[in-house]
Design a protein around this ligand. Structure first.
Ligand SMILES: Nc1ncnc2c1ncn2[C@@H]1O[C@H](COP(=O)(O)OP(=O)(O)O)[C@@H](O)[C@H]1O
Ligand SMILES: [Mg+2]
Length: 284
């Protein structure tokens, strides 16, 4: 495989305590992980497992206490590469309200590339393209604060895309959204990956969303404890449950059916697969 676009090499990070005497537990501990160009990786883990810290370490917003984070082979601890690193890996956070900086949608999206000193005609092209890919082009003259949560989040994503990163890390971008907003944001993110080839690291607590990724990384207690395809991860129901996570509803239903001696296969993920599995049994 190609060189990783992000590599966490035995990374430990600890937040500073408010009181000087107390030393906090590491929020990320001896974590190693490689993210390859073009991948769509979902990151799962219960509250406090270190996911947001991982996101901030991914482009140098936080620096490791020990170990290294490499972005396209550049060490995030190396100050002179900081701008290039932040241009390569963009991060989108949970709350879209904290990420909107302008009073007009297209100006908001232009903010990042303007700061990079890009020339106006190129900014225009990037703003239009970014708004189209997230499905917000028709709202380019609107006021961001009047948009729905899902629309705001898509504008925030467009603002990152306009800087043309090769990788985008999203930290629970759908957590504050209603189901429609969630679906639209998810669809936009999938397009970034499939149409623009942008590497996606998608932190979520929705198991169904994680199923859409090529690969799932599960964090627990400041480290990575599982890494595999959605099928591999969710077929180990017991392990997922033991760390306080749930499996997708389809897996749960399949498991309940199996417990009632209905001989379904162990790796049914989507609703279609489950329906087909049941159909096969009924016909067989
Ligand atoms: N600013 C902070 N100061 C001190 N501790 C923090 C801070 N942010 C997070 N933590 C702690 O670090 C650990 C990991 O947090 P976080 O990375 O936010 O996890 P997650 O995103 O998986 O919920 C938790 O124990 C959390 O309480
Ligand atoms: Mg978090």
């Amino acid at each position: 495989m190609s060189e990783p676009i992000i590599e966490f090499d035995n990374v430990t990070f600890r937040y500073q305590s408010d009181t000087e005497s107390e030393v906090l537990e590491a929020a990320v501990k001896n974590l190693s992980l490689k993210i390859y160009e073009g991948e769509f990786v979902a990151v799962l883990g219960h509250n406090g497992s270190g996911k947001s810290t991982l996101a901030k370490l991914a482009n140098g917003l936080l620096l490791p206490e020990s170990g290294k984070v490499l972005v396209d082979s550049m060490d995030t601890a190396c100050e002179q590469d900081d701008i290039k690193i932040k241009q390569t890996v963009g991060v989108v956070f949970q709350n879209p309200d904290n990420q909107i900086v302008s009073t007009i949608v297209e100006e908001d999206v232009a903010f990042g590339p303007e700061n990079l000193g890009i020339e106006p005609s190129e900014i225009r092209r990037r703003v239009d393209e970014s708004l189209k890919i997230v499905g917000m082009y028709n709202y380019r003259k609107h006021e961001p604060h009047k948009l729905s949560g899902g629309q705001k989040q898509r504008v925030a994503i467009a603002g990152i895309i306009a800087m043309e990163p090769r990788c985008i890390v999203l930290d629970e971008p759908t957590a504050m959204l209603d189901p429609v907003g969630r679906r639209d944001v998810m669809a936009a993110i999938k397009r970034l990956n499939s149409e623009l080839g942008i590497t996606v690291v998608y932190i979520t607590h929705y198991m169904e969303e994680a199923c859409e990724a090529d690969r799932i990384v599960v964090m627990d207690d400041a480290s990575v404890i599982m890494d595999g395809t959605p099928r591999e991860i969710f077929s180990d129901t017991e392990k997922i449950r033991s760390i306080g996570l749930d499996v997708p509803q389809t897996c749960r239903l399949a498991q309940m059916l199996r417990q009632s001696s209905i001989e379904l296969e162990n790796d049914l993920l989507s609703i279609d697969e489950l329906v087909n599995g049941i159909d096969k049994l009924l016909k067989g």
